[in-house]
Design a protein around this ligand. Structure first.
Ligand code: 5MM
Length: 341
């Protein structure tokens, strides 16, 4: 492993004013997104949609440091035959790849999941590196409910994240470590804080045991936030203050950067929360975005599968990328959203 090079990539992924586009929806997930806009999900429509984003020159050049791709996309060509990965590189952005193979039920832990895909991962990483991927992503999922998450789920998922991260670094690929605590339940922000603290502490313990070099990774966490069904929603300032407190307790300063998932927050909430955290300032790591839904919901709607809407889709994508870029510097204002509308 060449740690200096891994650190260089990781640092570029969280460069000032830039963040990551999570475009790694598996076929099942992208179908759900396309169903909402009435678009059939097939190889061509998925290609057209992603090509539209990767050809958004302003967004890709100024605001998007890297793109997390799904296996299908990393091998796909644009309509004119250019490999999609080359479009990303041409914009000065870094291609990355989702390498987990989804989740399966965790035995003896009803309602809980374990992320799979470690078998043959070393071989897959070598192929992805050859194709141009310089970072990877693995997502562990923890749900909050009555009696869950169990320690077994937190531990086994953290162990798998560390196994994946170690394999990535051995393949000269920067691992994005994503232990996601879902915001699907009716829990309040303090319960989310407590569970996320446990999950992050266990994750960093496992990373340490498996000798993962923190300087060569990126953390992709959820924010401390109330569950969607909770009657007690937290304010923007409370989310920011508690998330910063949580991260300071759990994330060593050696980590080059933190790029949040949006987890089902509205576009504007995800931006406002990131901005408020960066306005607090004085943090040991850059805080930026690695959003899927919060970057893509607007362009998906604007595009709606129609060639004549490509420019509108690109405009919507560029706007969200720019808003999140400002938020990553603590320079966003809600008036900017109203102006664009
Ligand atoms: C883009 O969605 C990613 C892939 O999800 P599936 O494997 O379920 O299809 C997902 O991992 C995503 O990268 C993260 O959850 C962050 O995306 P959000 O939408 O939460 O910002």
């Amino acid at each position: 492993m060449n740690l200096a090079d891994l650190n260089k990539i990781a640092t570029a992924m969280v460069a000032p004013g830039k963040g990551l586009l999570a475009a790694d929806e598996s076929s099942g997930t992208i179908k759900k997104r396309f169903d909402v806009i009435g678009v059939e999900s097939n190889e061509d429509s998925r290609r057209d949609y992603r090509e539209m984003m990767f050809r958004s020159k302003d967004a890709m050049t100024h605001y998007i440091s890297g793109v997390i791709l799904y296996d299908e996309t990393i091998w796909q060509n644009a309509k004119d035959g250019t490999p999609l990965i080359k479009l990303i590189e041409a914009a000065g952005s870094i291609p990355g790849i989702k390498v987990d193979e989804g989740t399966q039920p965790l035995p003896n832990c009803p309602g809980e999941l374990i992320t799979v895909g470690l078998d043959k991962l070393a071989e897959r990483l070598a192929k992805y590196y050859k194709q141009g991927a310089r970072f990877a992503k693995w997502r562990a999922v923890l749900d909050i409910g009555a009696g869950i998450p169990s320690y077994a789920a937190i531990h086994t998922n953290a162990h798998a994240l560390a196994r994946y991260a170690a394999l990535c670094q051995a393949a000269q690929i920067v691992p994005i470590v994503e232990p996601e605590v879902l915001m699907d339940g009716d829990h309040d922000i303090d319960r989310c804080f407590e569970v996320t603290e446990f999950a992050l502490k266990e994750t960093f313990q496992q990373l340490y045991y498996q000798k993962v070099a923190l300087e060569g990774m990126i953390l992709k966490p959820n924010m401390a936030i109330a569950g969607k069904k909770s009657a007690k929603q937290a304010s923007v300032d409370e989310v920011a203050e508690k998330t910063v407190r949580l991260l300071k307790r759990c994330v060593p300063a050696a980590v080059p950067g933190i790029a949040f998932l949006s987890g089902g927050q509205s576009d504007e909430d995800a931006t406002a929360h990131l901005d408020a955290m960066n306005k607090i300032g004085g943090l040991p790591w850059p805080l930026t975005f690695s959003y899927g839904r919060a970057l893509q919901a607007a362009p998906q709607k604007a595009w709606s599968g129609k060639t004549e809407n490509v420019a509108a889709g690109q405009q919507a994508f560029t706007h969200r990328a720019q808003m999140n870029s400002l938020a990553s510097k603590g320079e966003w204002k809600s008036a900017l959203e109203k102006k664009a509308a």
